[in-house]
Design a protein around this ligand. Sequence first.
Ligand code: HEC
Ligand code: HEC
Length: 276
Amino acid sequence: MKTFLGMQRFLAGLTLATAAGFFALWVIEPAVHAAGSGQAAVAPAAPAHAATPAEAGGLLFQQNCTFCHGRDAMGGETGPDLTRSQLVLGDKDGSKISEVIRNGRIEKKMPPFAFSDQQLASLVAFIRERVTAAAAMNGKRRGVEVADLQTGNAESGKQYFDGAGGCSKCHSPTGDLAGIATRFQGLRLEERMLYPRDVKSKVTVTLPNGQTVAGTLAYLDEFTVGLRDANDTYRSWATANVKFKVDSPVEAHAEQFPKYTDADIHNLMAYLQTLR
Ligand code: HEC
Ligand code: HEC
């Protein structure tokens, strides 16, 4: 059965994937099994299937990505430090990271990989874990210690909010953020502040006849742009035939992320916790 499955993968690899993708498919199974049996000598044997997504992703990463991006994703011979990548930090749902892995960056010599959706999700989980670990190493612990949440100064946080942080360009303590500390507490609030996830982007599409259609971005790749209009109807166009502009204010959070100091985050948290 196992061999049969292996064979199917082998064939799928041959027909569907590039040489690099095929290589990825080929090495996955041994890598996952090695985790169960290889670690048994030093740790209680955790069955391979009990591994967290981040652990599974770590194994895939070691096999396929370490060579270029380094063991801990912080950069290697030829690949950049993924823990400082704007693309990684700004990827709310993992789709941007997955897209790079699937398509590669051929012109920069990163090959495309034919991973399953589940494998992509585990790679994303691993890369995110490395981002958190790297932030801690820089002395900028972002969202890991509950005790830190109580150490900030609310007045300094307010100043940062209205000043250097630029938060008041988009938010108001008496408007959208009123009661935020009632809706989210502790680490959940900090996470919400640092990387708000699942936020929909707006898009405006200009049709060839000059008419414009605006809505919530529902789909976007190289070839197709899709939105949900005011009536919640899905509409899509070939990107070649229309002009479109995506408006994603939440990206400001990804841009802000590398700029925060530890104190900024603690002070902002202290301030946000006054908004009840
Ligand atoms: C042969 C070397 C190589 C391998 C193998 C490789 N990469 Fe890359 N990767 C690169 C290079 C070079 C870039 C930078 C491309 C650029 O500057 O646009 C990159 C870019 C990326 C990016 C986008 C970073 C950004 O900020 O734009 C991600 C995410 C990524 N790689 C993840 C992976 C993962 C996950 C794997 C393993 C499945 C992997 N890479 C394997 C060389 C590699
Ligand atoms: C360019 C616009 C922009 C800027 C600047 C900006 N944000 Fe946001 N922020 C957003 C958007 C958009 C969302 C998503 C709102 C939603 O969930 O609908 C968001 C979400 C949030 C949330 C979660 C709100 C909720 O109700 O879940 C918090 C907290 C937050 N931002 C704090 C900040 C702080 C603190 C700063 C400054 C360091 C900041 N933001 C800067 C656009 C911005």
